[in-house]
Design a binder for this molecule. Sequence first.
Ligand code: C5P
Length: 182
Amino acid sequence: AGAGKSTIARRLAKELGFYYVDTGAIYRPVAYFFDLWGVSPKDIDGITRYIDELTIGIEYDDEGVQHMIMNGMDVTGDIRTPDLSQKASLVSAHAIPEVRSFLMELQRSLAREHSVIMDGRDIGTVVLPKATVKIFLTATPEVRAKRRTDELIAKGQKADYNKILKDIQQRDYQDTHRAAAP
Ligand code: C5P
């Protein structure tokens, strides 16, 4: 989070005329759906019970902007909150195998059908291990937190650097200590 993946990936895709695939945005509607149902991302029984009610679609508009469709609704603008960042991280850490393989296939099918710049934590290792070019991009938690803080302030929103830093560190821990694709 905040290393600059999407900024660079989006610019590269534009220059190359490729699709830009933001894979975090694919996990977020899953978290959003279970949040709406009041199901905790750690509640495997609840997730198993409701998962058949969920459909996730991905569409690109004429400008090449990715839109996430959850059960027929465009949720692109609703899924970028700090709360859903945490919940998406928990959902991906605790995802039942069916959810994980469905999301994996969605990502792989995009790469099969289009030339893509795909951005996400496990793309080079798990999703597209044979990708033509892999770029590993990182930065210190402090730099990333500063960027997120500046971004929110520029949007006129409230931002607490220390809380953002703590959230980033917690999410890094969750994402790197999970069983699948750590
Ligand atoms: O990149 P973004 O912050 O939108 O991702 C939200 C969460 O989705 C991450 O913290 C991570 O747990 C999960 N994710 C993942 N694999 C990806 C992209 C995101 O597990 N390729």
